[in-house]
Design a protein around this ligand. Structure first.
Ligand code: BDR
Ligand code: CA
Length: 315
């Protein structure tokens, strides 16, 4: 079993990512850590616990993390996950307590206790991860891989047509805390950046028949997903919006689901038009080799991804 920490900002799609991770036999979820992003960290921390309670998996610790980006104010999201941040599923208030340690310290502790073994999955802004690396730089050599929903690389139309940040070509998680993303991208820890190119592809689509199957299954997590799809559809968005973050968990379970390519990538931290852009240098000549080498998602097997997602949700 692959040991993971899921660092997230639930968020309806983060909530589904938690469902997938917890139900996957291939993964051992050591902790769910929460961060400011889609919503303030108190809300994301509550939502993570609501999902674990729905799944009856309250033994998995939830640690509350950074309440703001490293040096900036948190922007407000032009896209809404609803009043509760979970597509208005209105799950019961959680009873389980937060972990004693905060997210940054829990990440440091778990990585040190399991050197070389803990994969970090990041489906929110990278504030917790970056802060952990700043506070305990020695952990960088102990993390085998970070798999993140991060960036928009312009490898196909979806990257920019479905850009989620509040600049024309940025992805939300990088846009919220670009300084944190820069630290993580430049950390030397192997990074798989699954950007909007793959995670918001219109082939990530769940048919009406499948939604009906979810609704008829009698499973609370399936009902949550069906509700989230209706929620985004009502607002004029495609179903992919309800499951963007699930692709990072799917990749952790089965890396053959997404083709990646190694490329030099820089994170833009200057304000204005390009803030939060993940600039990929794919030139044949004169490439900026000082930019970190990252594995960038370039093509997803969307059909197999959806099959895995639905299998796990209905399990
Ligand atoms: C990211 O933005 C958030 O709204 C989603 O949860 C996802 O992590 C995609 O850009
Ligand atoms: Ca997210």
């Amino acid at each position: 079993m692959r040991k993971i920490i899921l660092d997230c900002d639930p968020g309806m799609d983060d909530s589904m990512a938690i469902v997938m991770a917890v139900k996957a036999e291939e993964l051992d979820v050591l902790a769910v850590t929460t961060v400011n992003g889609n919503y303030p960290v108190d809300v994301t921390s509550k939502n993570a616990r609501k999902v674990l309670e729905l799944l009856g998996r309250t033994e998995i610790p939830v640690a509350r993390g950074m309440a703001a980006p490293m040096i900036r104010k948190s922007p407000s999201d032009p896209f809404t996950h609803g009043e509760d941040g979970q597509a208005e599923a209105n799950l019961p208030e959680p009873v389980m307590k937060l972990a004693d340690l905060d997210a940054v310290d829990l990440i440091i502790e778990l990585v040190k206790a399991n050197p070389g073994e803990v994969t970090l999955i990041a489906t929110g802004p990278m504030s917790n991860l970056a802060m952990a690396m700043v506070k305990a730089p020695e952990i960088k050599d102990m993390i085998p891989e970070i798999i993140a929903i991060s960036g928009a690389f312009g490898l196909n139309d979806y990257a920019f047509l479905n850009a989620t940040g509040d600049t024309p070509q940025s992805e939300w998680n990088v846009y919220v805390d670009p300084e944190a993303a820069k630290i993580v991208y430049e950390s030397g820890v192997p990074l798989v950046a699954l950007g909007l190119d793959v995670a918001t592809h219109f082939d990530v689509n769940i048919s009406d028949a499948e939604v009906k199957k979810l609704e008829e299954s009698g499973k609370k997590e399936a009902d949550f997903l069906a509700n989230a799809i209706h929620f985004v559809n009502k607002r004029g968005f495609e179903a992919y919006c309800a499951v963007i973050d699930c692709m990072a968990v799917a990749y952790a379970i089965d890396p053959t689901l997404v083709e990646t390519m190694e490329a030099h990538v820089g994170v833009e931290t200057k304000d204005g038009l390009t803030l939060g852009m993940t600039v990929i240098d794919r030139r044949h000549h004169f490439v900026w080799e000082h930019l970190p080498l990252v594995k960038v998602g370039c093509k997803a097997d969307c059909a197999r991804f959806l099959q895995l997602l639905l299998e796990l949700v209905l399990k």
